[in-house]
Design a binder for this molecule. Structure first.
Ligand code: GLN
Length: 453
């Protein structure tokens, strides 16, 4: 099959189904076909690599030269970046046609993709359900076959939770493994890009393209490259799989618990040894995150001032009016809520009580993982306490939405890699298995996921 034929196939499916799903903010058919023709040329000349000619959809948080990058916000409704994010640049250089940019919660703040200025994305498994978030568009395009590969970003669960809700595979790498250059910042000490695909094998291929040192991101890690792809076929006999007792406490949906337990039994059949571990401070993670992430967001989002780029209000009377109205009109409710919480937590009188305290909790949560990994190679459990909820169900209750991330957020506080792999269904909706590993264990996680699949 040629890249032109393959790309056309996905564009046709987008035409047919995306009206209903709303998984793309922008579709780029001309660019995709042009890139596909070039890719076929590269292949004919024996150039490129494994993914040359395979189309990709990028989350709309990654800047794309000449193509609009909205981050799900009215603030960036007309923003065309003057450069490509590292992740986009790498996929472009390899000749991977860009199908378009996927829908997401505004500035990646949310767990349902409902806070997008461009409207909610629907879950392809059940159109009444959310696809999860914030990378809900990327998860939906993979689940519905509107792209073979997609990129996502994960600050507190945004790759793994939508992967779980849409029955696909996604991995959040070790913090610093994938360059944040050109990925619009939400909470910079947590943000990490990663692949969203059908299988662990495809995630290994795409991660190989995305990962690597980049001097343009000051937190990019100089690490020897892991061979994600060859590690897939290792057997997992003797692998020590840690199951934290705290993961199965109240609040966990029965169908999710049963599915995850069945997956653990499956790993045991493959030769893994199950050990009980403990993460005693796991419940401190959500409160710590909801101080730290908004604090970082309030600082990062100060750049959207109506002057440099993005939305500008009409007829400002003076500079203050320009700032105030541009931001009031350009940002949605959830983004404003977080900017206010963050600015409050960072203000002089409250810094020690909130920000500093939350940093200490962050350390405790990280230490829990470090200690647990002295007894096991990977930790498994649920990705989210429930399968996908209904559109509208949690949209006016931010705290219940925040609690949907109680299993994923601790990992971002620690900066460790983690993934979601499809494990079954609860009430007809997909359920993912969460695999967490120590720093730089992406190859191992993908290997375990591949053997499980
Ligand atoms: N749901 C979490 C939040 O709203 C995580 C989002 C993310 O990972 N970008 O912050």
């Amino acid at each position: 099959i040629t890249s032109v034929a393959l790309t056309q196939h996905y564009l046709d499916r987008i035409d047919q189904y995306d009206g209903e799903l709303n998984a793309y903010v922008t579709v780029t058919p001309e660019l995709a076909m042009e890139m596909a023709r070039q890719a076929d040329q590269m292949i004919a000349e024996g150039k490129g690599g494994l993914l040359t000619g395979i189309p990709v959809a990028h989350k709309d948080i990654f800047c794309t030269l000449d193509v609009k990058t909205t981050c799900g916000s009215k603030m960036l409704d007309n923003f065309i970046a003057p450069y490509d994010a590292k992740v986009v640049e790498a996929s472009r250089a390899l000749g991977m046609p860009i199908l378009g940019k996927t829908n997401m919660d505004e500035f990646a703040m949310g767990s349902s993709s409902e806070s997008s200025y461009y409207g909610a994305t629907k879950n392809p498994w059940d159109l009444k359900a959310v696809p999860g978030g914030s990378s809900g568009g990327s998860a939906a395009v993979i689940a519905a076959g509107l792209a073979p590969l997609a990129t996502g970003s994960d600050t507190g669960g945004s790759i793994r939770q939508p992967a779980s809700f849409c029955g696909i595979t996604g991995i959040k790498p070790t913090y610093g493994a994938v360059s944040r250059y050109g990925m619009i910042a939400y909470a910079s000490s947590f943000d990490q890009g990663g692949p969203m695909t059908r299988s662990a094998e495809e995630s290994a291929w795409l991660l190989d393209v995305m990962a690597g040192f980049d001097e343009r991101d000051s937190t990019s890690l100089e690490q020897p490259k892991q061979d994600y792809v060859s590690a897939l076929s290792n057997d997992i006999k003797g692998l020590k799989v840690g199951v934290p007792a705290e993961y199965f406490e109240e609040g966990l949906d029965d169908g999710v618990a049963t599915t995850v337990r069945a997956a653990i039994a499956e790993l045991e059949k493959l030769g893994a040894e199950i050990v009980e571990v403990s993460l005693p401070n796991k419940d401190l993670a959500v409160p710590a995150y909801y101080v730290l992430a908004p604090a970082e967001a309030s600082s990062n989002l100060s750049r959207f001032d109506g002057v440099r780029y993005g939305y500008r209000c009409e007829n400002p009377t003076d500079l203050n009016d320009l700032y105030t109205r541009s931001r009031s009109e350009g940002f949605g409710a959830e983004v404003k809520r977080r900017i206010m919480v963050g600015a409050y937590a960072l203000s002089a009188g409250y810094y020690d009580a909130y920000y500093l305290k939350a940093q200490k909790l962050r350390r405790m949560v990280r230490d829990d993982f470090v200690n647990a990994f002295e007894q096991c190679d990977v930790i498994v459990g649920p990705v989210a306490p429930t399968p996908a909820f209904n559109i509208g169900e949690k949209s006016d209750d931010p705290v219940s939405m925040y609690l949907a991330d109680l299993y994923t957020i601790p990992v971002n506080l620690a900066g460790m890699p983690a993934m979601s792999v499809p494990a079954g269904f609860s009430n007809g909706r997909p359920v993912g298995l969460h695999l967490v590993g120590p720093y730089h264990s992406e190859a191992k996680l993908l290997n375990v996921a591949h053997q499980y699949q």
